[in-house]
Design a protein around this ligand. Structure first.
Ligand SMILES: [Zn+2]
Length: 180
């Protein structure tokens, strides 16, 4: 079984309409939270910037949450702009739903794939794809890219239990049959 790993290379951009200039892309930049105390209740936002006009857009992470209900490590992370916390909050589907944005993974990931063995050994070849981060990729495209195959070759030579067309963020395996 040949191991392939999909890895994040940077944070994805956000597809999010700017109220000022109408551009549809925002970035977390270095990653900043804002924490605002209101009595014993806290609001936490993740601050992102429009890539076109630099306007700051506040994404609600927590709204009027009792201070005591925060995990102390997370609260510390919000105050210190912990990069891992920025990444995990940004990729939390709940945050995206609540603030109505989608992640734009273009150019923000790579595939680490060892070279396939020579043609006469170990074919048909089995490949196991693992995701280090939830990067949505179309299996067919990923396989074509990873093996240097055309789309018609992928359709002819790949056996896979999941749809080759539908984007997935879950690991999967596939089999490549020899070309001829
Ligand atoms: Zn803007």
């Amino acid at each position: 079984m040949l191991p392939w790993v999909v890895r994040r290379t940077r944070l994805p951009l956000l597809s999010l309409r700017c109220a000022d200039c109408g551009a549809a892309s925002a970035t977390t930049g270095d990653g900043r939270f804002r924490v605002n105390a209101n009595g014993k209740l806290l609001d936490v936002w993740l601050l992102v910037r429009c890539v076109s006009c630099d306007r700051t857009i506040k994404l609600t992470v927590h709204e009027r949450m009792p201070v005591g209900s925060f995990d102390p490590a997370a609260l510390h992370g919000y105050h210190t702009n912990d990069p891992d916390l920025v990444a995990s909050r940004l990729m939390d589907p709940l945050l995206a739903r609540r603030n109505r944005f989608a992640l734009d993974w273009t150019g923000a990931w790579r595939l680490d794939a060892p070279p396939p063995p020579p043609l006469d050994e170990a074919w048909p070849l089995q490949v196991e794809v693992a995701f280090e981060e939830p990067v949505p990729v179309r299996p067919g495209r990923l396989i074509a890219h990873g093996l240097g195959l055309s789309r018609s070759e992928v359709l002819r030579r790949i056996k896979c239990d999941i749809s080759l067309r539908r984007p997935t963020i879950a690991g999967f395996t596939f089999t490549v049959t020899a070309g001829n």
